[in-house]
Design a protein around this ligand. Sequence first.
Ligand code: HMG
Length: 282
Amino acid sequence: MFLTECPRDAMQGWGEMIPTQKKIDYINRLMEVRFDVLDCGSFVNPKTMPQMADSGIVIDEIDKSLSNTKLSVVVANIRGAEKALSHEQVDILGFPFSISETFQHRNTNKSRDEAFTEVVNILELTKSEGRQLNLYFSMAFGNPYGESWKWEDVDFWARRFEEIGIKHILLSDTTGVGDVERISLLFNKIPAKYPNINFGAHFHNRYEDSYIKLKAAYDEGCRRFDSAIKGIGGCPMAKDDLVGNMPTERVFTFMQSEKLDIHQNLLHFESAYNMAKDIFHF
Ligand SMILES: CC(C)(COP(=O)([O-])OP(=O)([O-])OC[C@H]1O[C@@H](n2cnc3c(N)ncnc32)[C@H](O)[C@@H]1OP(=O)([O-])[O-])[C@@H](O)C(=O)NCCC(=O)NCCSC(=O)C[C@@](C)(O)CC(=O)[O-]
């Protein structure tokens, strides 16, 4: 399994400001766990996302000699992409493209067509710098705004992005509205149609729903999951309350129950979990 730990997602909506040094220490501990990727910051409007305003400082202080873990950051416009790429330690940019028109406006102040054009430009820039661009397909499993949802809409956008050369898409359940049927349907239908795209699951959900959602995606062949310790986090741009994330400890429990190889260091994970307790008070 390909695992991305998301301290960015855990921290971004956290009410109390987390000191920069604490973020650096926490992310360096996560580096030792040997996740495939750490989603560790964002380059967006600091007035909109004040907790992430120090992402540049944090990223420069991450000790990449600790493991081969790649560093990913969220960008939501070309300006953010330029800033992110000015940090040599950044390997991957992640752009939140939304299947819901309403959420695209809420999150990035753009329509989906405008966001598509922004992605074309960000992809060109990212490639010219030799880095990777991931797309989050936000609201891929439905939305809380009363907009209609059908899997064919996800398919439509996957086709358009395949045509411009996107290679990584994280099907995201931004507010946890996706049920097992939709998760199974999407992972059954979409990846098979786009062999050049590597699909993963970025699920926001309540703690108690996490296991069945993970299993539904896994059973349809998904082997790439994003998660955050204790399921902390979510997207504050989507709704007023944060839904929570896929809890990383549940991903490990799942892997153990399925007898899958775990290449992460679980002793360091325990230590990172204890640091998370201190930061997020659980
Ligand atoms: C996208 C923008 C920036 C556009 O924002 P905008 O309002 O269109 O931008 P603007 O050009 O009109 O500028 C407005 C202000 O933003 C500043 N600005 C503009 N761009 C930048 C930048 N890159 N870096 C720093 N500052 C920036 C700019 O300087 C100006 O500052 P002011 O003059 O008011 O002081 C804004 O809408 C924004 O910050 N949105 C927040 C996006 C975000 O962080 N969302 C959460 C992460 S995505 C997520 O969590 C979903 C995910 C990944 O989990 C997947 C899923 O589950 O769906």
